[in-house]
Design a protein around this ligand. Structure first.
Ligand SMILES: NC(=O)c1ccc[n+]([C@@H]2O[C@H](COP(=O)([O-])OP(=O)(O)OC[C@H]3O[C@@H](n4cnc5c(N)ncnc54)[C@H](OP(=O)(O)O)[C@@H]3O)[C@@H](O)[C@H]2O)c1
Length: 321
């Protein structure tokens, strides 16, 4: 099978297509033929070891052998099952995540049957299905524990990206009045996802909003945390999705002094969640946002696109010729 490997942290030019033996599913595992994956912020961050913390998980000097294939999301078809597999059978169409184990930028992957994967989404293309889990699981992880009430005011910074576009949609489905911060080119997109109000950050500053919010969901780190404080209602909640280590460590102290709740961390995912996401899509409460698909040989170009930080939702990597 073909896989996309990188052996050194660095630019997109480090990514190479190589041949590897196809994996064989062990007991409790499924072998999936991956039709599409996505290139996300997580992929280029690991490729560049940015932030440095990446090295603690993926290899200090260079990526460990088990971490040389990027890609955390997939849409594909079960090709084979190992012994003791009860939830899936060959031919099932599946979508989901390998999460931090990565490995989805390959033609095949073996995953435990209880991995965050589920069947369904036949009505979508594989590229569309692969564009759902990364942003949705991140937005879901941070927004659902906040006990949002009908009519709560939610401000989403970076509203057109993979995570932001999911946060806008999820916020609307939870009954919030959503204000989206984005650039001119993406105003229509965020409105189509349900944003009630839009601020074009290329023309106006956050101070022009002249209102305060119950929740600020910052999926970008372009705004100093202290500049967000005046926009938060007393007792409000601030979600810093892309917080660096300093802002993570300061969060408890700032929460205390600013009399608000600041949330940081790394999003987690499960099979139950993926099944819930399928329901959101089937009922029309969530739509995939896919800007572009790249063939496997154009993976470096796809990485450069993602790394520029201006994706409209997601970009897919197609792994079937
Ligand atoms: N904590 C976690 O578990 C977790 C999980 C996933 C992702 N993340 C982090 O979350 C961040 C976002 O990820 P992503 O995948 O959504 O990235 P993305 O798809 O590349 O989206 C970035 C978005 O930021 C917008 N943007 C750029 N400059 C902006 C500005 N000055 N003001 C407002 N918006 C601006 C861009 O919109 P325009 O084109 O309109 O500028 C773009 O849509 C990344 O830093 C990633 O590492 C964290």
């Amino acid at each position: 099978m073909r896989v996309i490997e990188f052996h050194k942290y660095g630019s997109a030019d480090e990514l190479k297509i190589v041949e590897r033996p196809r994996p064989v599913p062990g007991p409790g595992e499924v072998l999936i033929r991956i039709h599409a994956s996505a290139v996300n912020s997580g992929d280029w961050r690991v490729r560049k070891a940015d932030p440095f913390l990446v090295r603690l998980f993926f290899g200090l000097r260079r990526p460990r052998a088990a971490a040389r294939v990027l890609g955390s999301v997939l849409s594909g078809v079960v090709a084979e099952t190992g012994t003791d597999v009860h939830r899936f059978q060959p031919g099932d169409r599946v979508f989901g995540m390998s999460d931090l184990a990565m490995g989805c930028h390959a033609e095949y992957i073996c995953l435990p049957e209880n991995a965050p994967i589920t069947t369904g989404l036949e009505s979508l293309s594989h590229a569309e299905a692969a564009s759902i889990p990364f942003g949705l699981h991140t937005a879901h992880h941070f927004l659902t524990p906040l006990s949002l009430q009908q009519g709560n005011r939610l401000l989403v910074l970076g509203a057109s990206g993979a995570v932001g576009s999911a946060a806008v949609q999820l916020g609307k489905s939870l009954g919030c009045a959503v204000t989206a911060v984005t650039s001119t080119a993406n105003i229509e997109l965020v409105q189509s996802l349900g944003a009630d109000q839009v601020l074009d950050y290329t023309r106006r500053s956050l101070a022009d909003l002249k209102q305060s919010f119950d929740v600020i969901f910052a999926s970008v780190d372009h705004y100093p945390v202290s500049s967000l404080r005046p926009l938060l209602k007393p007792g409000g909640q601030l979600v810093l999705v892309s917080a660096g280590i300093k802002d993570m460590l300061l969060a408890p102290l700032r929460s205390l002094i600013w009399k608000c709740q600041i949330h940081t961390g790394v999003a987690a995912v499960s099979q139950e969640l993926m099944t819930q996401f399928r329901g959101l899509i089937e009922t029309g409460s969530f739509k995939p946002v896919l800007e572009k698909s790249y063939p496997m040989h154009a993976v470096a170009e796809a990485h450069r696109h993602a790394e520029r930080g201006h994706k409209k939702g997601n970009i897919a990597l197609c792994l079937v010729d």
